[in-house]
Ligand binder design. Structure first.
Ligand SMILES: [Zn+2]
Length: 492
């Protein structure tokens, strides 16, 4: 046998072995599970349902201009909470911050242990004017038709707020005396993006000033979503948000002399600005899969049923760059693997025959963890390469640090949400929107975004939209999650 033939045989052998490994992994890779299904709390909870309906009936609507907010509604809501939760109000220390943010604190028996914090926000987004008639039930009715509770805030997040209150109230009613302290922190303006007056920021500052460090923070985000795609996957996917994106609004502007449009220069202010916008769109961030998304796809991939697909999803170690690349090409998936930029606003001259003296555009950017506001601004300057274009930060929030999926807190939450059950897959993931929890990174390392309400994707899409509604059968299980989590995480 010639040397060439031996080399070819060795290469073929290695290749075959490699393919065999891929096939074996595709055939046998599985998430460990106990063989038993997740135990949902089947019974309904009429009192909790009533209180979620009642909470929705207060239009605690956020407004960009603080002076436009109807604070009387927040005061009525505060009174409602006081009447509905007597144990919380008599056994926990209440403090109002920033006018209407409500904080409750139950000290633990061991002051050397850092307290935990359960977050929620009281405010909701407005109903888009003109769409009220499209609602099956009026948006602030809190109508419960036996299947759903309808209304603004049903999913974001009067449901979550009330479930946390129900959990704490029921624990306190039976003499709950934890080792670790418990905070319940209810902000009042979460829906105003990057607000200078964020009540969550004020609460976090208050805690920091008081020298408080928190063991963990649990806020909204994540989800419990049944995923049924014929022959591909049939599992309930539970996402625990370990990260969220940063937020950046940038103004681009170009100043020019202006004048009559009958004697125009080669490029008007708007022309110069347009070129800058084109360059920005031509240079999107490269898709790069962060480790927590890799972990998530790795876990979910093992639950995929179809064999040819499993060759890829069970061999993420090999296909990671390819999957990142493909995800980067699909707009809905791209946001998970890269910093996104959208040109959203533009203005220039006020008349067709007047040269613009100033052209202005606004970019909205969502920054991946690890990309700072400063990095993003420097990159924009580099891409635009034109000194005539001025850049200014309008609003910014850095992406908070990523929380570990290896902590006791994460493991406890994952277990309570069904990790190890045959019908559930629990995985870490990134929250696309911003939550109040981002402000707490100054006092806490373990921040998790969890929504324990089982909800179909189509229903989740009603959040902030028309016919927002919560399945009533998801409520008891969610309350049980909060109750168990509070009880167990404060016990040691
Ligand atoms: Zn929210």
């Amino acid at each position: 046998m010639s040397v060439g033939a031996i080399t070819a045989a060795v290469i073929c052998g290695i290749l075959l072995l490699f393919i065999l490994i891929l096939v074996l992994r595709a055939l046998f890779c599985k998430n460990k599970n106990s063989g038993s299904e997740f135990e949902k709390t089947e019974h309904r909870s009429p009192e909790a349902e009533e209180r979620i309906s009642a909470a929705i009936s207060f239009p605690t609507i956020s407004q960009v201009r603080e002076e436009d907010v109807d604070w009387a509604q927040f005061e009525k809501f505060e009174q409602f909470l006081q009447d509905a939760y007597p144990n919380i109000h008599s056994k926990m220390v209440k403090k109002v911050i920033s006018g209407h943010a409500l904080t409750f604190f139950l000290p633990g028996s061991d002051p050397s242990l850092e307290p935990i914090a359960m977050l929620a926000h009281q405010d909701v987004v407005p109903v888009t004017p003109g769409t009220e008639k499209d609602w099956t039930h009026p948006p602030f009715s809190g109508e419960n038709d036996g299947e759903f509770i309808w209304g603004r805030g049903a999913l974001d997040m009067k449901n979550h707020l009330i479930a946390v209150m129900e959990a704490a109230e029921s624990l306190l009613a039976v003499g709950f005396a934890p080792k670790r302290g418990l905070y319940i922190l209810l902000g009042c303006n979460e829906e105003i993006v990057a607000s200078e007056h964020s009540s969550a920021k004020a609460i976090a500052q208050y805690l920091q000033d008081a020298g408080v460090r928190l063991k963990c923070v649990v806020d909204e985000g994540g989800g419990v979503i049944p995923l049924k795609v014929k022959k591909i996957i049939d599992k309930t996917l539970v996402g625990i948000g370990v990260a969220e994106k940063g937020y950046l609004d940038v103004e681009l502007s170009v100043e020019a002399k202006g004048g009559h449009s009958s004697a125009p220069p080669a490029h008007t202010a708007l022309g110069v600005l347009s070129k800058a916008i084109c360059r920005i769109e031509k240079h999107p961030y490269k898709a790069k899969m962060p480790s927590f998304i890799y972990d998530m796809l790795n876990i979910v991939g093992k639950d995929v049923k179809s064999f040819p697909l499993r060759l890829i999803t069970c061999n993420m170690w090999l296909f990671r760059p390819l999957i990142s690349y493909v995800m980067g090409k699909i707009p809905a998936a791209a946001s998970v693997v890269r910093t996104c930029t959208a040109v959203t606003m533009c203005s220039a001259s006020t008349a067709p025959n007047v040269l613009p003296q100033r052209a202005r555009a606004v970019l909205n950017m969502r920054l991946m963890p690890g990309v700072s506001v400063q990095d993003a601004m420097m990159r924009l300057k580099k891409i635009i390469r034109d000194d005539r274009v001025n850049l200014k930060v309008l609003k910014a929030n850095e992406a908070p640090p990523v929380s570990s999926a290896e902590t006791d807190t994460y493991k406890l939450a994952a277990k309570l949400l069904g990790e190890g059950c045959s019908d559930r897959t629990v995985a870490p993931y990134i929250v696309m929107g911003a939550t109040d929890s981002r402000y707490y990174s100054r006092v806490c390392d373990e921040i998790y975004r969890i929504s324990p309400f089982e909800t179909e994707v189509s229903l989740l899409l009603t959040t902030h939209g028309t016919n927002e509604r919560l399945p009533v059968k998801s409520i008891s299980t969610a309350i049980k999650f909060f109750r168990d989590f509070i009880q167990m995480r404060t016990a040691y």
